[in-house]
Design a binder for this molecule. Structure first.
Ligand code: SAM
Length: 498
């Protein structure tokens, strides 16, 4: 069985704010989806794809089979009448539910046939060697002061640990309750089969409706009504089926998640760093090709490299960080994801990269900011040197992708503007900006950035900024949500200045 539902089914994905456009492109590209429609935080589409393909979506938070999508419900003043109206709108005809649940079941059957699938892709590509300024340089090794961890390619102990973790994670998954078969469900007369279904309703309300009801109130009311109508049993802790209801000022959406875990919680990441969907989006914007050399010079736990190497395995990845503990966890991540053949890690500073001039095709970097990495005044001098070094190692026509705080993002944009327009600061457009004006670096940076070798005079700093400005062309700005904070992804092309 292919696991595909034959005729296309209607799905929707939830996405972090700002990633909807990229998700739209992804569903079109990977699933050949049609009728693709984007609203804030969601993308709706029709596709005829099996579960494996559906699960290959990397920009989505969660994926659902669509039960129904309605315009926002106009609530009467009377609360009781409101609940009645909602129940009618959200639930509707039984045949629709049986149809969608049967499709959901087909996908579950396919999943069972595949067994417990840990991602074991080994790519084993041949990697080009990086050169140092003088002569041939060996494959970069992690230079560690501390004697404990083997970073490259995983030690035998590392492999063993990895294997047991995968086994453990497979074994620890609670067995799903076996739902009735699609045929049983499709036969609407077969109430016995339907009554085997254990379900729960997860309701989310926002906007006007949230001022009248709590999500729990409505979830409970809808759950009771749906259970009665379909003969299903409520099971809050370990249901076979979850029904998701989102009521907002934009629409009323009802769906069934196709997998228990969100797509965004990757089974190949051991230590979570940057939000996986954002890391994937940055890699996507890097325009990585087969054979590309990709660098993350402040790689932290390596999330961007992991996301990139899983999706574009025929490229070569290099992670640099100046903090030993970060690299240790990055190394564990690389081993766990079985990507030791694709990703190298090195301990060095972003301001002194042990790499040749113009040796890298794509630089992707999550510049530190936020609660964990606070901004201080002292760091104003750092960013020009960081960007200068990134530009130095980047090839002409290479791509630079940076994740910046809103503050850094605005600073960078102000750099290209005359100082007489400070009021423009608040007008940053949240949407993609295809402006191709050369831009310069920000004047703020995170506190934990290594400040050694970074004190330069104002004049030197201006000179560095000028240099950087001359080599970079902005090719897009994407505002994204990191949950509690907002950030911006900036993309640049390096141009020749000769
Ligand atoms: C925001 S974190 C990166 C998080 C990463 N994207 C992840 O998913 O884990 C920034 C990283 O920059 C590193 N860092 C700070 N100063 C540095 C420097 N001068 N050179 C290299 N890395 C540095 C920190 O150790 C930290 O791991």
């Amino acid at each position: 069985m292919s696991g595909s539902c034959g005729l296309g089914s209607r799905y929707f994905c939830t996405a972090s704010r700002g990633l909807e456009q990229l998700l739209r492109e992804e569903v079109r590209r990977k699933l050949s989806a049609s009728e693709v429609e984007q609203v804030a935080g969601k993308v709706f589409f029709t596709a005829d794809a099996d579960l494996k393909k559906l699960k290959s979506l990397k920009c989505a938070e969660r994926l659902f089979l669509l039960v129904k999508k309605l315009p926002p419900i106009q609530m009467p003043r009377h609360k009781g009448k409101g609940v009645c109206l909602l129940k009618n709108c959200v639930i509707g005809e039984s045949s629709k539910w049986l149809d969608v649940v049967a499709k959901w079941q087909t996908l579950q059957d396919f999943s069972k046939e595949q067994g417990c699938t840990s991602d074991r892709t080994e790519t084993g590509i041949k990697r080009p060697r990086l050169q140092e300024n003088s002569g041939t340089r060996k494959r970069p090794k992690l230079e560690l002061d501390e004697p404990t961890t083997t970073i490259h390619n995983g030690s035998p102990t590392g492999q063993h640990d990895l294997h047991s973790v995968i086994q453990e994670s497979c074994q620890s998954k609670a067995p799903m309750q076996a739902p009735p078969s699609p045929d049983e469900l499709l036969n609407s007369k077969d109430r016995d089969a339907a009554s085997c279904m254990h379900f729960r309703v997860s309701c989310r309300c926002s906007g006007r409706i949230a001022r009248m009801f709590t999500s729990q109130e409505l979830g409970r009311a809808i759950g009771i009504a749906l259970g009665r109508q379909m003969g299903w049993k409520a099971e809050l802790r370990n249901p076979m089926l979850e029904v998701y209801v989102h009521l907002s000022d934009i629409h009323c959406v009802v769906g069934i998640p196709i997998a228990r875990l969100p797509l965004a919680s990757r089974d190949y990441i051991k230590n979570a760093g940057l939000r996986s969907t954002v890391a994937w989006a940055m890699a996507y914007l890097g325009d990585i090709k087969a054979g590309s050399l990709v660098l993350d010079p402040m790689c932290g736990l390596g999330t961007i490299l992991l996301e990139a190497a899983k999706e574009w395995p025929n490229a070569y990845y290099h992670g640099i960080d100046n903090t030993f503990s970060q690299l240790q966890m990055a190394s564990a991540n690389v081993c766990f994801a079985k990507l030791s053949n694709n990703i190298d890690l090195t301990r060095a500073s972003v301001t002194e990269l042990p790499l040749l001039n113009e040796s890298i095709d794509v630089v992707i970097c999550d510049i530190p900011f936020g609660k964990k990495f606070k901004i201080s005044q002292d760091t104003k001098t750092v960013m020009p040197n960081i960007l200068k070094e990134m530009v130095r190692v980047l090839q002409v026509n290479g791509t630079l992708v940076l994740l910046l705080s809103q503050e850094l993002s605005l600073d960078i944009q102000q750099w290209q503007k005359p100082k007489s327009h400070p009021s423009d600061k608040g007008k940053l457009n949240a949407q993609q900006n295809t402006d191709t004006t050369p831009v310069g670096p920000s004047t703020h940076l995170a506190e934990n950035v290594d400040m050694e070798h970074m004190s330069v005079t104002e004049n030197e700093q201006s000179e560095v900024k000028r240099e950087v400005l001359a080599s970079l062309v902005s090719t897009g700005i994407f505002q994204v949500s990191l949950g509690v904070t907002e950030a911006s992804i900036h993309r640049f092309k390096k141009i020749s200045i000769t």
